[in-house]
Ligand binder design. Structure first.
Ligand code: ZN
Length: 1051
C-alpha cells in the first residue's frame, strides 16, 4: 500500500513542527519497501524519538516514521550504506552518490542513531507514559485512500499507521502535531483535522465513533495548548518571542546556561555543541526544569544579545530560513568562539575578571556576571574568603538566587579552553561573470561585485546592492580551474565547478586581480591541512573520489591539484601532500565505461573516479597532457625514475640485451619504414611499446634512438646556443677540457643531463665490445657527434666532443663515485623483478667468478658498483637467495663464544703444482685474526700437537670469504671456502679451506660473518629462485638492470 500524504511548504522546510530538536537531517537514498535495489532519494530527519524520511526536504509529513525505541541496532554495512534494524523490518539507507562527505555522513548518522538508542534507556519511562497517554486508537478511513489507516492519538500528536501491527512495531507513516490544529465534524461519519499545512478528512465507522474521535482530538488540541503555559510565560517578555539566534517566532527551547531562548532548529545545533557549551531545555516538555524562568524574564533575548551578538556583520546574520549549515557555522561562531560578543573591559586579565565576578555576584546584575563569565572569569575561582570560598557560595550568602542559578548552570562549562578560530578567509572585488551553465560559456559576461566570506562565495549587482544575485558555498565547489591566458576573451579567467553540475566562469584582464582571487578561493576550497595543494601555480584544484590498490569499493575523498606534469594529492586520513610526476607514471589507463582513470605510480595503484561529471573530463585531459609527449622536448617526454626519456631507455636496454655484439651497430642503416613506424609508436606512448627480438631489429632500434636524438626539440644539449660552448672548449689540455665538460654538464637541465649520461654510458658499453661489433670510440663518435649536436656532420668538432665524453666517461659523469650499496642493488633488482619480500628467505648480492666455482656475498654496505668496475672479465655480480643464511643465523643466535678453532684441510696457490695439496691445519678464528697452525705430531693418546707459532695469520678485517673452491685444486670435499687475504696490497693471498660437512662449513661461515658484522644480506625474501646477473665488463649498472628487466629468470 503506497500512502503518500503530499503536502509541501512553499518556503523552505520549517521543522518547528516537530517535537524534539533535530539531531541530524539530510539526503539519503533508501531501498523502496518492495525490496528492489533501486534506491530512492529521501530527505531524512532524526530526532531523539523518531527517524523520519520524507519525499523531499519541503515535505511536512513523512513517508515513514520509525520510533527510535523500536530500533534494535544500526549497522554500518560498508561502502556508503547502513541499516536501521527494527524487530520486524530493516531499513537500508545509502548516502548520496555525490554526497560531499560520504563516510562522515553515514558515520554521523550511525553515531546519532546509536546515541538516540542509548538515550532511549532514559526514555523508557517516557514510553510507558506515552502508552498511557494514548487516548484513542482505531481504524479510520481517510479520504483519497482506498484502505483504512490505524490512527493513534497520543498526548498532543496524532499518529497514522497502515495497520495495528505497524503500531505495535513502532513503524508508522507520519505524525501530526496538534498544537496548531483544529477539529471539526463535517458529516454524519466524517470529520476534518486541520493544521496550518493541510486538512485531513477522516470517516469513522459510525456516527457515534465520529463523535468520540472528535471529542478526543479536541481534548488533544487543548492539552497541547496547555503545555504551552511555560512558553507563554517566557514569551510574556517580548524579546523572548523571537529566537535569539535566527529570529524565528515562538521559540520554545532555551539554553539555560547561555540564557537565550531558541527555536527548534537552533536548539538542535546548540545541542550538538554539547552540554559543556550549551544546556538545552524545552519550554514545553521539561516543565519541571523551569524554576529559572525568572532569569529569562529578567534578562530576555535582547539584553543577552547585547553581549552575545554585539558585532554581527550583516552578511553573517542568521534568519529563520537559514539552512542547517549556516546555522551550525553561526551558532559555533557566536557561542564557541565568542566571535560577535561585546568584550568586557577586563578581557584578558584573569585576576581582575575573577575579582570583578566575586563582586558582581553580590548584586542582582546577572547580565554583568554573564559578560564576565563569558569573557573569561572563572566560575570556580577562589574568592579569597575561606568562609565563602566559591562565587556560588558568595551569591548564596547574598541571597542572589538568580546569580546562583546562572553560576550553577555554568559550573562545568569549559570556558577556559576556547577554540581559537582559524583566520577567516575573505576577499571582495569586481569580476566579470557569465551565467552558470553545465559548461563554461564564453559570451555574456557581466560585471559583478563578488565576495568570499566564511566559506561562502556570493556575487551582487554592485558593491552597493544589499541582496545578492547568487551564492555558492565553497563546500559545494568541486573544482577550481585556472584557464590559460586569453581563453574566454578575458586576459585571465577561472572556473568553479559546482556540485550541482554547473560551471561558473569568471574573468578579468588584470592578472593580479585574478591571481588574488585564485589564491583565496583555492585556500577556501581545500582543508587547512591541504594548503600545500594551492601554494604553487596549479591549473586545477579540487576533490575527487578515489580508491587505492585493487579495491573498487569504499572510495575515499581526496584533494588534488594539477599543473603541467605535477599532480599533488592529499589522500583521506593523510596529513601530508604527496607528489606524483606524471611523466614517470608506470601506467595510466582510462576506464571509459566507468568514468575512471587508473594511475600506477611507484608501484601504487590509484583509481580516480569521475562520476561522469564535467570537472572529471578536465582532470582526465589535464592528466593526459601531463604524461609527456613524444613530440615534445626532452623534459616533456615520458620519463624513467632516473629522468631519462622512456624512448631512450627502451632503445638502450634493447641494444644492451641484443645488440652489443652486433657488427656495425649504430652504423648500419636498418629498414626505413620499420624505423619510422617504431619511432611513431614510441612517440605515441613509449611505455606501451615492447620491443621484441627479431631479424635486423637491433639496427632498426639503433636507428630509432639516433633519429629520436637527432629530432627531439632543443636536443640533448638544450638548444643550439647552449650547445656551442661544448663545441668550443678553449683548452688544449685534456684535464682542462674534462673539467669544462663537467661544468657544462652541470649547467644542463636535469632531464638533459640524465639523458646525456645514459647515452654516453651506453656508448661506453658498446665500445667495450669493439672487438666484436667493430665500433670503437672513434667510430661511435662519428655517428653520434652530429646526432647529439643535431648538426649536419660537416664540422667534425661534434664528433670530437662525443669521443672525449666517451673516453672520459667515468671522470665526467662521476661514475667511480657512484655509491650504490649492495643492499640498494639487491632491493632495486627485487623491485624491478617485482619480487615481493617473504619471510624466511634471504637475498644477497654475490660476486661470482666465471666458472661459478666460488662466490662471495657482498656485505650490505659494500659499494657494489665500485667492485663491479674493478672486476676482471671473468667475474660478475649475481643477486640471488643466500641458501646458507638461515642456518648461519640460527647458529649465530645460539653461539656463546664468537670464535672458532678446529682442524681443517688447507691449501694455497703455491701448492697447486702437485696433486692432493690439501693438508691438515689447526685453524683458529677470533676477533683479531685468522691463524693457521701446522701439525707437528700426533701423540700416543691420539692428541694432535701443533706448533706454537702460526704458519699464517691474517687480520679479520682484511679477509674476504668466498663460498667454494676452484675445482682444479681438487678439494677433498665440496664444503670448501676460499679466503682472500689482502693485508698488504702486494701481499694478496688466497687460502683454500675445506670442511668435512656442510654443517661444519656453515659454522665457519657464520663465525666469519658474525665477526665481520652480521648483516650481510637483505633480509627481505622470496620463495622461488630468481637470479639477476650482472654481466662482465666495465659498464654501469644500467647494463645489468636491462639484462634483468622483463627477463626475470635469465642472464
Ligand atoms: Zn533560531
Amino acid at each position: 500500500v503506497y500512502i503518500y500524504l503530499g503536502c509541501t511548504l512553499s518556503q523552505s522546510f520549517n521543522p518547528d513542527f516537530h517535537h524534539s530538536p533535530v539531531i541530524k537531517m539530510g539526503w539519503l537514498h533508501k531501498t523502496p519497501p518492495q525490496g528492489t535495489l533501486v534506491f530512492q532519494k529521501r530527505w531524512v530527519m532524526l530526532d531523539a524519538q523518531y527517524l523520519r524520511y520524507f519525499q523531499n526536504e519541503k515535505e511536512v509529513y513523512s513517508k515513514r516514521i520509525i520510533a527510535i525505541l523500536s530500533v534494535t541496532k544500526v549497522l554500518n554495512v560498508g561502502g556508503q550504506k547502513f541499516e536501521v534494524v527494527t524487530r520486524n523490518r530493516t531499513f537500508l539507507f545509502r548516502a548520496e552518490n555525490n554526497s560531499k562527505l560520504l563516510k562522515e555522513t553515514i558515520q554521523q548518522h550511525c553515531n546519532s542513531m546509536e546515541k538516540s538508542l542509548m538515550n532511549s534507556s532514559d526514555t523508557r519511562g517516557q514510553r510507558a507514559s506515552r502508552v498511557s497517554l494514548i487516548s484513542k486508537q482505531g481504524y479510520l478511513e481517510m479520504s483519497g485512500l482506498r484502505s483504512k489507516l490505524y490512527v493513534v492519538i497520543c498526548a498532543d500528536s496524532v499518529f497514522l499507521y497502515r495497520n495495528a501491527e505497524e503500531h505495535s512495531q513502532g513503524v508508522g507513516i507520519t505524525s501530526i502535531e496538534m498544537n496548531l490544529g483544529t477539529v471539526k465534524g463535517t458529516d454524519k461519519r466524517s470529520f476534518n483535522l486541520t493544521t496550518i499545512y493541510r486538512t485531513f478528512s477522516f470517516v469513522a465507522e459510525s456516527e457515534q465513533q465520529r463523535e468520540q474521535w472528535v471529542e478526543v482530538l479536541q481534548a488533544c488540541v487543548s492539552h497541547s495548548l496547555s503545555s504551552n503555559a511555560v512558553a507563554q510565560k517566557i514569551w510574556s517578555e517580548e524579546a523572548n518571542q523571537r529566537c535569539a539566534d535566527c529570529g524565528a517566532p515562538h521559540p520554545d527551547w532555551a539554553s539555560v546556561n547561555l540564557c537565550v531562548v531558541l527555536c527548534k532548529c537552533c536548539a538542535g545545533v546548540h545541542r550538538g555543541l554539547g552540554q559543556s557549551v550549551s544546556k538545552v531545555r524545552s519550554l514545553k516538555m521539561d516543565e519541571n526544569a523551569w524554576t529559572e524562568n525568572q532569569l529569562f524574564l529578567l534578562l530576555g533575548n535582547d539584553k543577552v544579545n547585547l553581549f552575545w551578538a554585539a558585532n554581527i556583520p550583516p552578511s553573517e546574520m542568521l534568519c529563520p530560513s537559514s539552512d542547517s549549515e549556516e546555522r551550525q557555522r553561526f551558532v559555533t561562531a557566536k557561542y564557541c568562539q565568542g566571535k560577535y560578543r561585546c568584550y568586557h573591559a577586563l578581557f584578558g586579565q584573569q585576576e581582575a575578571l575573577n575579582k570583578a565576578l566575586c563582586n558582581t555576584i553580590q548584586t542582582g546584575d546577572v547580565l554583568e556576571t554573564l559578560s564576565l563569565v563569558f569573557c573569561g572569569a572563572d566560575v570556580n575561582c577562589y574568592t579569597g574568603d575561606p568562609e565563602l570560598p566559591s562565587p556560588v557560595s558568595v551569591a548564596q550568602h547574598y541571597g542572589q538566587t538568580l546569580q546562583v542559578e546562572f553560576l550553577t548552570h555554568n559550573h562545568n562549562t569549559g570556558r577556559s579552553n576556547e577554540t581559537k578560530a582559524a583566520l577567516p578567509i575573505s576577499h571582495t572585488g569586481y569580476l566579470f561573470k557569465t551565467a552558470s551553465s553545465t559548461r563554461a560559456v564564453t559570451e555574456h559576461f557581466s560585471r559583478r561585485w563578488c565576495s568570499l566570506n566564511q566559506g561562502n562565495f556570493s556575487y551582487y549587482e554592485s558593491e552597493k546592492s544589499s541582496s545578492q544575485s547568487g551564492q555558492m558555498k565553497m563546500s559545494d565547489v568541486l573544482c577550481l580551474v585556472v584557464n590559460p591566458q586569453g581563453k574566454h576573451g578575458y586576459g585571465h579567467s577561472f572556473e568553479l565547478y559546482h556540485d550541482s553540475g554547473r560551471v561558473y566562469l569568471f574573468g578579468e584582464d588584470s592578472p593580479d586581480t585574478v591571481r588574488e582571487w585564485i589564491k583565496v578561493i583555492g585556500k577556501a576550497l581545500v582543508p587547512p591541512v591541504a594548503e600545500d595543494l594551492v601554494g604553487w601555480s596549479f591549473e586545477r584544484v579540487g576533490r575527487l573520489r578515489y580508491t587505492v590498490g585493487q579495491s573498487f569499493h569504499c572510495p575515499c575523498l581526496g584533494w588534488f591539484s594539477l599543473g603541467g606534469s605535477r599532480l599533488l594529492l592529499l589522500l583521506h586520513g593523510e596529513d601530508q601532500v604527496d607528489n606524483i610526476d606524471l611523466r614517470k607514471l608506470q601506467e595510466l589507463s582510462v576506464e571509459q565505461e566507468a568514468g575512471a582513470v587508473v594511475l600506477v605510480d611507484r608501484g601504487r595503484r590509484l583509481r580516480l573516479e569521475g562520476d561522469r561529471r564535467p570537472d572529471y573530463q578536465g582532470w582526465l585531459s589535464g592528466i593526459q597532457q601531463g604524461l609527456g609527449r613524444g613530440d615534445g622536448p626532452l623534459d616533456q617526454q615520458q620519463l624513467t625514475e632516473t629522468e631519462v626519456p622512456v624512448i631512450v631507455d627502451r632503445c638502450i636496454s634493447y641494444i644492451t640485451q641484443h645488440g652489443l655484439k652486433s657488427e656495425g651497430i649504430y652504423r648500419r642503416c636498418g629498414v626505413n619504414s620499420k624505423i619510422a613506424a617504431l619511432l611513431l609508436s614510441l612517440r605515441h606512448d613509449a611505455r606501451q611499446v615492447r620491443l621484441s627480438e627479431g631479424v635486423c631489429q637491433v639496427d632498426n632500434v639503433a636507428n630509432v634512438l639516433k633519429r629520436f636524438l637527432r629530432e627531439v626539440g632543443e636536443g640533448v644539449f638544450n638548444g643550439h646556443q647552449a650547445s656551442l660552448p661544448w663545441l668550443h672548449t678553449t683548452s688544449d689540455e685534456r684535464r682542462e677540457r674534462v673539467s669544462q665538460y663537467k661544468a657544462l654538464l652541470h649547467s644542463l637541465p636535469p632531464v638533459n643531463r640524465a639523458t646525456l649520461g645514459a647515452v654516453i654510458n651506453h656508448l661506453y658499453c658498446v665500445q667495450c665490445f669493439a672487438d666484436e661489433n667493430q665500433m670503437n670510440m672513434h667510430n661511435l663518435a662519428i655517428v653520434f657527434g652530429p646526432t647529439l649536436f643535431q648538426t649536419d656532420g660537416t664540422d667534425n668538432s661534434a664528433g670530437q666532443v662525443v669521443e672525449e665524453l666517451i673516453q672520459n666517461y667515468q671522470d665526467i659523469f662521476n661514475v667511480s663515485g657512484s655509491a650504490v650499496s649492495a643492499e640498494e642493488l639487491v632491493c632495486e633488482v627485487l623491485r624491478r623483478g617485482n619480487i615481493p619480500p617473504q619471510q624466511g628467505d634471504y637475498w644477497s648480492c654475490f660476486l661470482v667468478n666465471d666458472n661459478q666455482e666460488m662466490e662471495r656475498p657482498l656485505h650490505y654496505q659494500e659499494r657494489a658498483l665500485a667492485i663491479y668496475f674493478s672486476l676482471g672479465k671473468d667475474c660478475h655480480l649475481v643477486v640471488k637467495r643466500n641458501c646458507y643464511m638461515e642456518a648461519m643465523l640460527i647458529y649465530i643466535a645460539a653461539m656463546v663464544d664468537v670464535s672458532r678453532n678446529s682442524m681443517i684441510k688447507f691449501s694455497d696457490e703455491k701448492g697447486q703444482r702437485g696433486k692432493r695439496t690439501f693438508s691438515r691445519r689447526l685453524c683458529v678464528l677470533d676477533g683479531t685474526s685468522l691463524r693457521l697452525y701446522k701439525e707437528v705430531k700426533v701423540t700416543e693418546d691420539g692428541r694432535r700437537m701443533c706448533s706454537t707459532q702460526p704458519e699464517r695469520e691474517c687480520q679479520v678485517h682484511a679477509l674476504k670469504v668466498y663460498y667454494g673452491i676452484k675445482k682444479r685444486l681438487q678439494p677433498p670435499s665440496c664444503w670448501g671456502m676460499t679466503v682472500v687475504c689482502e693485508q698488504a696490497e702486494r701481499d694478496k693471498q688466497q687460502w683454500y679451506l675445506c670442511c668435512e660437512s656442510k654443517n661444519e662449513l656453515i659454522k665457519w661461515l657464520a663465525t666469519f660473518m658474525n665477526l665481520q658484522v652480521v648483516s650481510f644480506c637483505v633480509t627481505e625474501t622470496y620463495s622461488t629462485f630468481l637470479t639477476a646477473v650482472v654481466k662482465p665488463s666495465k659498464f654501469r649498472h644500467r647494463a645489468f638492470c636491462s639484462c634483468h628487466y622483463g627477463n626475470s629468470g635469465g642472464q
